[in-house]
Design a protein around this ligand. Structure first.
Ligand code: VG1
Ligand code: CO
Length: 542
């Protein structure tokens, strides 16, 4: 039976960079999740009978909300729900299923790299029919609907069973429970030369994949171990846990320290990788070298043609604005398009749909291609492995020859987490106030050439996104970018992105910290970070 339940609105259901994210107890307030899900349905009226994909990263509260979302889909006229077994789907696997099944969209339950557990974070996001995160015009509609919601519709008579593969019914709606990995693994086989990678691994090439007790464990085990012949112990922290084993599933120098340490050891593996909570990010580590995500994007763009799925070359590359300009140098040399978008994967969708770009990436360890409409951690690992299998050089050698050919964009991101929101907003406002007078100002040896607050006009649909981050560009092309995170759930997180280009190969071996010294000091002077936040050091440097 479909029942209509009365509810009252919450005023804080505005999606951020990637969906609605709040602490679990916040989501556990009466009807909080139901309100948001109904707002999605209200914002996107159905013809009736459409397919909806539902899945999540397995974090605490995933199961409850998935069961609710399935009942509500039945209450709102969907014809079929495709759900991962036990509610599990990585974000890229969900994107693939939406596309493959011709679904009208999907609901992905994840707070990605944010910690989980009863006091951790939870999140809900909606992806559209192309498989990509809903663009802002849709998230705005959802937010509007959430402000005036008065009821939600839900199937109440029987409970969905998501533990067994196959089809059951809730009223008129089919609930189809699928293997979370199968379709995704099949897609990967179409893109990469699995035989070549198998040969590489069989030759003794050691790999270590850290799934961080998050969603990629089953994907990495099936693909790397079962299909590519890696030893079972090369996938670590492989069992997904509701609280990620108490860890923080963000593949960076702080939270993936074990992996980095293993790769720095003389007798360590040749190749290491880690992924985040929902499987859309990747960290790549070679023996003795951590690959900066911005560099990884550039290397993948320069070498993608070595994998069968991209053998015809790539149409173009897109990167988010704070991502280093290393990919731009590849695009320029190869004569392909390069696009600079605001932070967040939702801005890549139109470019991918229009065939303007094949590969996209962000400095936050997200890379992906037009095979789905999300960033994709396991995909990036496989493309790296395919390139390594073709080139038979070490990661270190590949990086060195890349820098020799294209120059090196030294890069760091400094995160100041959980700072006072007022101080953070004040810092950004003050920067914005000073933009007009910034050009020509000198800081040590650095002279500002341009300064602006990034805004983006989508070349396909003309939509405009403003206030996407303050850019200070110096003559010679070095940059400092300031922006506030849109995925945090407590206080504000200030991200400061620092970049300097170096053409001279004799200087490419410098540590980024040394190469960026003057810019790092200048970032504090211009941003008044210490003065306004009281912080002397960033919490995380990536
Ligand atoms: C962060 C990253 C951004 C990424 C977003 C979602 O956003 O910087 O590049 O797209 O997370 O990624 P913000 O607003 O906190 O800087 V995920 O892996 O959370 O879906
Ligand atoms: Co993620």
């Amino acid at each position: 039976m479909i029942e209509t339940i009365a509810t009252t609105p919450y005023d804080d259901q505005k999606p951020g960079t990637s969906g609605l994210r709040k602490k679990v107890p916040h989501f556990q307030q009466p009807n909080y999740a139901a309100n948001f899900i109904q707002s999605i349905f209200d914002a996107l009226p159905l013809d009736g009978g459409e397919t909806l994909v539902i899945g999540g990263d397995g974090r605490f509260y995933n199961r409850e909300v998935i069961l609710m979302a399935i009942r509500m889909a039945a209450g709102n006229g969907y014809g079929r729900v495709v759900v991962g077994q036990n509610g599990i789907l990585s974000t890229p696997a969900a994107s693939n299923l939406i596309r493959k099944r011709g679904a009208s969209g999907g609901i992905i339950l994840s707070a990605s790299h944010n910690p989980g557990g009863p006091n951790g974070d939870f999140g809900i996001k909606y992806n559209a029919a192309n498989g990509g995160p809903a663009p802002e015009r849709i998230t705005e509609k959802i937010y509007e609907a959430s402000k005036s919601i008065s009821r939600y519709r839900v199937w109440t008579s029987t409970a969905p069973d998501i533990s067994k593969l196959g089809e059951t019914k809730l009223g008129d709606m089919v609930v189809e429970v699928v293997d979370p990995v199968a379709d995704y693994a099949a897609l990967m086989e179409t893109l990469f030369d699995f035989q070549k990678i198998r040969d590489l691994i069989a030759s003794g090439f050691g790999i270590r994949f850290d799934a961080m007790h998050a969603v990629t464990g089953p994907y990495a085990t099936e693909i790397l171990v079962n299909r590519l012949g890696a030893s079972p112990d090369s996938v670590v922290n492989a069992v997904p846990m509701e609280d990620f084993g108490g860890g923080h599933p963000d593949p960076n120098a702080v939270h993936a320290k074990d992996l980095i340490d293993a790769l720095m050891a003389a007798n360590g593996p040749d190749f290491g990788a880690a992924s985040d909570g929902d499987g859309d990010r990747n960290l790549i580590v070679g023996k003795g070298i951590v690959v900066s995500p911005s560099d990884s994007l550039a290397v993948l763009a320069a070498n993608a043609h070595l994998a069968p799925g991209y053998a015809r070359g790539i149409a173009g590359v897109a990167r988010s604005m704070p991502t280093s300009q290393a990919a731009d140098r590849v695009a320029e040399k190869r004569g392909i398009g390069i696009y600079e978008t605001p932070t967040g994967w939702k801005f890549f969708g139109n470019l991918l749909d229009a065939g303007k770009v094949t590969i996209c990436g962000e400095e936050s360890a997200g890379t992906g291609s037009d095979h789905v409409r999300e960033k994709d951690g396991v995909w990036a690992v496989l493309l790296w492995l395919n390139i390594l299998a073709e080139r038979r050089e070490s990661v270190q050698a590949i990086m060195e020859s890349h820098w020799a050919e294209f120059g090196r964009n030294f890069y760091q991101r400094h995160d100041y987490e959980e700072i006072d929101s007022k101080a953070a907003n004040g810092l950004m406002e003050s920067l914005r106030d000073r933009l007009a007078s910034m050009a020509g100002q000198r800081f040590g040896t650095l002279v500002v050439s341009e300064a602006d607050d990034f805004s983006y006009k989508d070349p396909i649909d003309g939509s405009v996104a403003t206030s996407q981050g303050v850019r200070i560009v110096f003559s010679g092309g070095s940059r400092i970018v300031y922006r506030l995170s849109g995925t945090g759930t407590k206080g504000a997180t200030l991200r400061v992105y620092i970049e300097r280009f170096e053409a001279d190969p004799a200087k490419h071996a410098l540590a980024p910290k040394e190469a960026l010294n003057e810019l790092i000091d200048t970032a504090d002077v211009i941003g008044e970070i210490r003065k306004r936040t009281g912080r002397t050091e960033p919490d995380v440097i990536t």
